[in-house]
Design a protein around this ligand. Sequence first.
Ligand SMILES: CCCCCCC/C=C/C(=O)SCCNC(=O)CCNC(=O)[C@H](O)C(C)(C)COP(=O)(O)OP(=O)(O)OC[C@H]1O[C@@H](n2cnc3c(N)ncnc32)[C@H](O)[C@@H]1OP(=O)(O)O
Length: 724
Amino acid sequence: MADYRKQGDVAVLHANNPPVNALSYHVRQGLYDGIEAAEKDPSVKCIVICGKGKTFPVGADIREFASGSAKKFPNLIEVCDKIEACTKPVVAAIHGFALGGGLEISLGCHYRIGGTSCKVGFPEVNIGVLPGAGGTQRLPRVIGLKPSLDIITSGCHVGAKEALKLGILDKIVQGDVVTEGIKFAKSVQNQPLHGRRVSTMAVPDVSQANALCNSAMAEVKRKSSGLLAPVACVKSLRVAAQTPYKDGIKIESALMLQLMTSGQAKALQYAFFAERLASKWQVPGGASHATVTPRPVKSCAVVGGGYMGSGIVMCILNAGLPCILVEANQKFLDRGIKMIQGLYAGSVKLGKMSEQDAKKTLSLLKPTLRYEDLKDVDVVIEAVFEDMKLKQEVFGKLDKVCKKDALLCSNTSTLNIDKIASATRRPDRVMGMHFFAPAYYMKLLENIRGAETSPQTVATVTQLSVKIGKVPVLVGNCHGFVGNRMMAPYTTEAQRLLEEGAYPHQVDQVIEEFGIPIGPLKVGDLTGLDVSWKITREVSRMLGLDHTKREDVEPFGLYFPVRNALYEKGRLGRKTGAGFYKYEKAGSKVAIPDPLVMDIIDHHCREEGIDRRRIPPQEIYERCLYSLINEGFKTLEEGIAARPEDVDIIWLLGYGWPRYTGGPMHFASQIGLRRLYGRIEYYHNKYPDRDHWTPSRLLKTLSQQEHPVPLAQWGQFASTTSRL
Ligand SMILES: CCCCCCC/C=C/C(=O)SCCNC(=O)CCNC(=O)[C@H](O)C(C)(C)COP(=O)(O)OP(=O)(O)OC[C@H]1O[C@@H](n2cnc3c(N)ncnc32)[C@H](O)[C@@H]1OP(=O)(O)O
């Protein structure tokens, strides 16, 4: 919808489609009709286009790409052309965001003014398309090719000041943008429109077009190899420099149509909505984000100032919340404070933060050695070493000193949250908050609900998570929760492949070519082989097994002979300059395939009487990725993950799964569940002793349906009682 009103001789057109005025069919129709009505009305001298509520239109309605409504008359190209062709001056009055189609609308206008805090941009590359309503043709005509290439291929937002400097905005206004827009429109109502219609302008830096586009193309291919949209953006911008608008827009449309129907665009758009769905939780019994009011959180505390704890403190401080940091002794406390101060100093140095803001933010930090100082805080996040006994000890202490209604949360990545809660008298107010390293940067938070966690605790922790800039995904309690649980078969298969014929670099290469930035064995080196060795020991202990006895651990998939051999030789990974790979020096990032490791692997195979074979890349791919996906389905059937979208967001934001495949579950839907199930069955028959190849019952059921079940409906097939 678009509201049309007249204020004197100015027609004001408000795009009205809450919450972000996405340019759905009815909005486009309203704008189109509004321009036509204003054109016909002799008493109207000029027109202002603006957005109702919190923002100018933020772009096309992404859901209409799949439904086909985006193409319906008037499509966005037709709306922009209609605006530009208007014989009366049209002014875009921008507040909030003018993104994608919203910015295209404003480039169709003859003038653009913006509020001081407005932002503009073309984020289309993030959802796998391009600015296909003239954006790639009009923007370079206004600001030149070089900045247009930067803005369109990066998808970044541009602030008001920068937009003015570039020439996207004609003026920045203080106060109400619509009132100012009306004033501005009146001031230009008698100005000729010749020279204001962007499509008739020439691209200013056209002489450098080839050089600029060649270098931009090389850059997008380097940065985002395999992504279709950035490449199409550069192609379309090159056309703008070489072709009149009327021809350029046709090429832009053709490129847009190709992108719109691509698997990448579908996956990226799916990820866009999945990310927004994540914080909309629901638990059995019906309580949900919509029905439960969170408690206000005015202050927090973090126990443990190591790498994770310090990062968590920074998230809290950055949100403007006071935070107490508790440590066990002065040395550790000083180390934590130094780390936090150092990271803020780094931000100031990089120009990401002013010195004044850094000082103000740091003033919210209160370091202490006394648990008693936590007596008034609303939420405590424990970030001590991953050890159940230690965590229980901390929770016991917290339970004694903290006020009754304070929430106690644990930054655990694997441990049983109910066991941790059992050390307190308030299990209803205990939750897991699994941060990812570095905690001040990574957006994902896997929030774990225990058996007794109350809905209000879930609501409060979810709200706090959003406040500190995270995407929270609510999951159930099991070893490793969703993310690390799915990681287990993936890394296990990666190591098993070494024992059968592959070498570390061959495994990693397949996974990196798929799009995960670091292969599983390089991750092993990064985490440290001593760390994974200790995890194996702990898990074995939990299962009542002796981790040194092969016959004990092998049936449970906990026997990693190659890793153990490397560990025993002191090859602990990157930090020692040697692990599955060798490194130029300790701590170096460049992993170099190591003939010594290949010898160790060969020697192991000889000793075991294993005939090494050439393992085809497809097998590496399937064994690592399909075993992980199968585990993802198991988290769904057990109710550990509530929705496939949640599994995908965990892997996209926490583990570097390539976004253009949508995440493991969306990727599964693209493979086809019948085919996927067949392959998992095949590996199950081949490796019957490996539990992770037992096919998920949910996957089996879904794969047997006559027609493919849309991912959004998979939850209806999750058979066992949901634990969430
Ligand atoms: C022949 C045919 C030619 C067609 C050519 C078409 C060419 C144009 C293409 C485009 O314009 S593509 C879209 C470009 N724009 C974007 O990608 C913007 C996406 N949105 C955002 O980045 C953010 O929403 C925001 C604007 C920065 C606001 O962020 P905020 O955190 O305040 O809110 P959100 O939680 O993100 O969003 C609120 C609500 O709105 C939904 N939503 C947001 N943008 C869109 C959209 N473009 N289309 C549909 N829905 C959108 C979002 O999903 C949230 O809803 P719920 O999920 O909570 O229900």
